[in-house]
Design a protein around this ligand. Sequence first.
Ligand SMILES: Nc1ncnc2c1ncn2[C@@H]1O[C@H](COP(=O)(O)OP(=O)(O)OP(=O)(O)O)[C@@H](O)[C@H]1O
Ligand SMILES: [Mg+2]
Length: 338
Amino acid sequence: MFTLNKRLKEVVGLDIGSYSIKIASILKEPDKPLLTAYNVKQIPSYGGQAVKEGKLIKEAFSEVGINPSEVNISLSGSNVIVRFISLPKMTKDQLENAMIFEAERYIPFNINEVILDFIIIDDAEEGQMNVLLAAAKRDFVQARIELFQKLGININIIDVSAFAAFNAFTSFNPVPGDKGTAFLDLGHSETNVLVTTGNIPRFMRVIQIGGDDITRAIAEDMGIDRQAAEELRVSDGSENREKVDRSVFAVLDELAEEMRLSFGYFENKHNTTVSNVYCSGGMISQKGLVEYLQEKMGTGFNVWNPVSGVNVSESIPGETIDAVSAQLAVSIGLALRG
Ligand SMILES: Nc1ncnc2c1ncn2[C@@H]1O[C@H](COP(=O)(O)OP(=O)(O)OP(=O)(O)O)[C@@H](O)[C@H]1O
Ligand SMILES: [Mg+2]
């Protein structure tokens, strides 16, 4: 007997953040991908130590009843450097050879200490082409591989976090090609910024400002400990709202300033404006944050829901996923890499 139905395979995306571990398991179905499991597991006491031991990762999987043999993961922050460069037109093979000698000009690391990847993006003017160069620190990647080996899990794809979130967006939404569109993933210790024209990435940067900076600012300004500051920050309608907002907005002013620099760089280089911003990440749950950034930046800020493009398995209650869907952009984008 012939088996015509090849067993459909679930792909698991795992996003290890500084505040939480996010898991998305996706089954590619003919009409729409199906989210079969997800988890957002908070890392206790901001430590990260347990993550290194893999214990939390295992727990995060077993809590939602999955035991993957393979995952897609991502890198961000100081562990990866992304550069957009312009080079004379050449083939992918020629580029590969050229990069052996040239990459060091573009990245601030010893070439032996990194793993390089590059993509020819498109043609540029006068016989030039645009190339995206990504360099990941070899030590860090090696440590991640060993961690997963201990857990009996293969790493299938290693992506860059900002590109993974963008992949979740473009899998279901069009992006205008004539203007710049920015994607922000606002996390706990960093904000990933990716500016694109249409589906083509043009600029990427990680700004080292996130939810943790807001908590720290509240704690310092009000003379309270971190725990109390975090509670104040997420609570609605507290009597200290005005004071809290002052600390929150001071951090957002810094973030807006960094974004302005980033957008300005893109706008100069590509001769077009950033006309729309799409936000994801846990920090956007902060009351008033998106509105404040929009006002400061004078650009349209939108919150997008990374879960809206997939069907959610009936076994997952809709209301619980709504509370964390903004945090799932990277993990869903990774799971959609297939
Ligand atoms: N309801 C809420 N109100 C305010 N802040 C919130 C809320 N929910 C989550 N956050 C904040 O969002 C941040 C966590 O977001 P997220 O899970 O995206 O971070 P992360 O991916 O672990 O961090 P990073 O990517 O920076 O390493 C924390 O700072 C947390 O306090
Ligand atoms: Mg994150």
